[in-house]
Design a protein around this ligand. Structure first.
Ligand SMILES: *Cc1c(COP(=O)(O)O)cnc(C)c1O
Length: 496
């Protein structure tokens, strides 16, 4: 089988193996790792129809992680996708109205981040062993709310690792914050920063590029890695569920073999939709990649005009995990449409850093035609939740509602009736207050846990364990810092 190596999007430095890319997270030059070529699936989709999630995940991931043995990868998959998920299907596909909702929120922290973060710690420890790493691995993560908890849950208690999570103190939902600050485990650290998600993410990126700190840590027996979606070990597991969605449609006879589907993805950092793009490149029959944004609509403007412009107000919305102005993973797509020119991509990223804006030339824009971008505002999000609930009884979360609204807009605009899969990225229980207020404003006055009970009654679904767990859990993490104090905080946690 062909080996797949990973190269940086910002310089022509020597390619690394999958396990090395997973260990490092970010390339030394500040770029992101991308596969030299996206591998093709070597199993026909027809054969994957009806197969359990674990088998589909293996068929997809083995093509990317070519320096893992079959035994290593299968063991990582078995340990990740087990009874931590509250359904055997792992990622069920639920038909509602004229779309299918790919529910990616059945893991330990009830958001789609669990799909990748339940396996990343296992990929990471195997990678460390493979590369003879002796240092303890310190996972450094910036979160807009969901990654943080999912990474904490994934890495808590994993030997040879510590995890430090930074979140915007006033930029996550109360339930998201409670989930993080109640995290158990001696190797877990949680810090609120006075700033927004982009501040947290930029701080973490700067720390990764701090060579002095790296030396200091190495001397003390530590090295950093990343659990953010800039890590290829996050991206690759996410490719699997797009293949699985198609396999489920085939298995149920909803689609003919080879007939394409569209996917609609509520987007923030561009990781989830990039995984869909990789799935398409692998040969999963996907037609359009529909990128849905909330009022922070940088990506909508980008797909419409070819100009990426982050110079605008940062808006706090009811879909906080998409409140992002710098979508890190877009860099992997930019690199691709720049003809894999690290030099040209690096120039765009430099411009983004310095001026907050860059514009693609016409011939590069032409390569984005598989993508369609649109957005919805707060009223549209709430209206979608209410309408779908009233018509069908199905209750979705705010992020998924952004995608559902954009799916409708797309159909109206284009008349395209291709089968449509909506990535359903969070359980409504994670954003109960916004969801219930969308259904009826009378709920605004009620307490969080009263609303949770009411949501369970209205939807006829069981309250997830993740929510039950935080009802009474004590707050264990109280650190708050300014955005320029992140290094100091890390040093004090690690005692260096
Ligand atoms: C992280 C997240 C998103 C955005 O996903 P990206 O991969 O960052 O584009 C959307 N919805 C929810 C619920 C999330 O947690």
């Amino acid at each position: 089988m062909n080996q797949v190596f990973y190269k940086s999007t910002r310089s022509d430095s020597a390619p690394v193996t999958a396990s090395q890319a997973i260990l490092q997270g970010l390339a030394k030059d500040g770029g992101l790792y991308v596969p030299e070529t996206v591998p093709k699936l070597d199993v026909p989709m027809k054969e994957l129809a009806g197969k359990p999630y674990q088998e589909v995940a293996y068929a997809v991931m083995k093509q990317f992680l070519t320096d893992f043995t079959e035994e290593e990868l299968k063991s990582c998959i078995a340990r990740a996708y087990d009874s931590k998920f509250d359904t055997e299907k792992i990622a069920p596909l639920v038909p509602v109205e004229d779309c299918y909702y790919l529910e990616l929120f059945h893991g330990a922290t009830i958001a789609f981040k669990d799909m990748a973060l339940s396996i990343l710690p296992h990929l990471m420890t195997v990678s460390a062993k493979k590369n003879g790493v002796k240092n303890e691995i310190v996972i450094l993560t910036a979160t807009s709310g969901d990654t943080g908890k999912a990474a904490l849950a994934g890495f808590a208690g994993v030997e040879g690792t510590k995890i430090i999570v930074f979140y915007p103190k006033d930029g996550v939902s109360p339930i998201q914050e409670k989930q993080m600050v109640t995290q158990r485990g001696d190797n877990t650290f949680v810090v609120g920063i006075h700033g927004n998600f982009d501040d947290a993410q930029n701080g973490v990126k700067a720390i990764f590029n701090d060579r002095e700190l790296e030396k200091e840590l190495d001397a003390a027996g530590f090295q950093f890695s990343s659990a953010n979606s800039i890590n290829i070990g996050r991206l690759v597991p996410q490719v699997a569920y797009y293949a699985y969605a198609y396999a489920q449609l085939l298995d149920r006879g909803e689609i003919a073999d080879g007939e394409p589907m569209n996917v609609v993805v509520p987007t923030g950092n561009f990781g989830n939709i990039l995984a869909a793009y990789y799935a398409k490149s692998m040969g999963v029959p996907i037609e359009k990649l529909i990128c849905a944004s909330n009022e922070n609509k940088v990506l909508f403007d980008f797909f419409r005009t070819g100009t990426y412009d982050r110079n605008r107000d940062f808006i706090l919305t009811s879909s906080p995990s998409m409140d992002i102005l710098i979508s890190s993973n877009l860099e992997r797509l930019i690199y691709k449409v720049a003809g894999e020119s690290a030099e040209q991509n690096a120039a765009f990223m430099k411009q983004l850093g310095a001026e907050g804006v860059y514009t693609l030339p016409e011939e590069m824009r032409g390569q984005l035609k598989d993508f369609y971008g649109n957005y919805t505002d707060e009223a549209g999000t709430a209206e979608t939740i209410r309408e779908v609930y009233e018509k069908t009884g199905y209750i979705m979360d705010t992020h998924t509602a952004v995608a559902a609204h954009v799916a409708k807009t797309y159909r109206k605009e284009t008349g395209d009736i291709t089968k449509t899969v909506i990535a359903s990225t969070a359980s409504p229980y994670k954003f109960t207050r916004s969801v219930m207020s969308a259904i009826d404003p009378k709920y605004q006055k009620e307490e969080d846990f009263a609303l949770i009970d009411e949501l369970s009654r209205l939807s006829g679904t069981k309250i997830p364990q993740a929510i039950e767990d935080i009802r009474s859990a004590p707050v264990l993490h109280k650190t708050v810092c300014e955005k320029d104090e992140m290094i100091k905080v890390i040093q004090s946690f690690l005692g260096v």
